[in-house]
Design a protein around this ligand. Structure first.
Ligand code: SF4
Length: 354
């Protein structure tokens, strides 16, 4: 049987493992510093750890990071990685530069996806398997190592969004453990406000979100009418807008401040005056923010991208109605229009990448 991944282990579980093997609990802090502060992933190089303990750790855990098998750099600085797990299954991970030297990592949570959104390439693959918590954390560590080795030792990732392949809440327990490791100060130590879970709207799991660290929540809404949303996202048949908004109201908002709604804007389809009215009626104004994602056309797509004036009109209507609205514009970010569009965009938009 394969050894468990070390990067799935919480600081608390590491401590218990050490104590149950006759080791002092404080050694956990030294080990975590090697991994999460010094980015040294080979226990053989940990100078303040005894040989016996290194052997014990290596016998019990797998310290290998996922392998970066390909990477490409976009003109705007976005870098895309194809990352292979130990069973050789691959997922995509994207690093997006932002203001003030910040860098966001968009991680995948599953190989494939069971949700089947009609605009999404990953949706056509079906679900192959869930990623383990350590494979999600491993994406962060592998990209950090890549950046430090290839760009400079000061390179750091500051934010994480779960908008890569997969529906994060379908892989609830592993994503929860990964999120806890992300915000734990002894592990990745990210601020809760710099981690975002994005969901297509799995209502039963949304109801369990109070179990999660209070990170940001984004909902892939894409339509304010049930018939349109069902066409785009078959999950709407099981969990329609009433049930979805009912569950969202239960999310404790103290730390979240607001919920972000992702809205793929498609010409003459969901960009009409009646869509504005429906959105304004649907969403609670003070605690909602809408992120408009103008559709990215590709040769065989049935949908069209709205004109710039139409996009701006739609945004202004929502803002006039009292909802903070942003437009996702840059090319590198466009590929994140939907979780799971990454692979198809890579194929369709090869010119974007080196
Ligand atoms: S958009 Fe996200 S939830 Fe929908 S099929 Fe693609 S990966 Fe799954």
């Amino acid at each position: 049987m394969e050894r468990p991944l070390f990067y799935s282990l919480s600081p608390k579980s590491l401590k218990s493992f050490l104590e149950s093997n006759g080791q002092k609990a404080f050694v956990a802090t030294q080990i975590l510093k090697w991994v999460y502060e010094k980015y040294e992933f080979n226990p053989e190089n940990w100078t303040n750890i005894s040989k016996n303990l290194k052997d014990l750790l290596l016998e019990n855990f797998d310290f290998n990071l996922p392998r970066i098998v390909w990477n490409g750099l976009s003109k705007d600085g976005t870098r895309k990685f194809l990352v292979a797990m130990r069973d050789d299954k691959t997922v995509e991970t994207v690093m997006i530069p932002a203001r003030s030297n910040r860098k966001t990592l968009c991680v995948s949570s599953q190989v494939g996806c069971a949700i089947g959104c009609t605009f999404c390439h990953t949706g056509t693959m079906g679900l192959m398997r869930h990623l383990e918590a350590g494979e999600i954390i491993g994406q962060f560590l592998a990209v950090t190592k890549f950046l430090r080795d290839k760009v400079g030792p000061e390179e750091r990732l500051s934010n994480v969004v779960f908008m890569g392949q997969g529906e994060p809440l379908h892989n609830f327990e592993n994503v929860k453990v990964a999120t806890e490791l992300m915000v734990n100060e002894k592990a990745l130590g990210l601020s809760q406000r710099r981690v975002t879970i994005s969901t297509s709207g799995l209502v039963p799991q949304i109801k369990k979100l109070d179990d999660f660290p209070p990170v940001n929540i984004a909902i892939s809404l894409h339509a304010a009418h049930n018939d349109i949303r069902t066409e785009l996202m078959p999950i709407n048949k099981a969990f329609d807008l009433d049930r979805l908004l009912g569950a969202i109201k239960e999310i404790p908002l103290k730390a979240h401040r607001y919920i972000t709604y992702e809205y793929l804007l498609i010409d003459q389809y969901n960009d009409r005056a009646e869509d504005v009215t429906a959105l304004l009626n649907l969403l609670p104004k003070k605690v909602s923010k809408i992120n408009l994602i103008p559709f990215n056309e590709y040769p065989e797509s049935n949908f069209k991208r709205p004109s710039v004036s139409r996009i701006n009109w739609f945004k202004n209507q929502l803002e006039d109605g009292g909802i903070t609205t942003t437009i996702r514009t840059t090319k590198g970010s466009d590929i994140l229009a939907a979780c799971g569009q990454l692979k198809s965009e890579l194929e369709k938009d090869a010119n974007l990448w080196d």
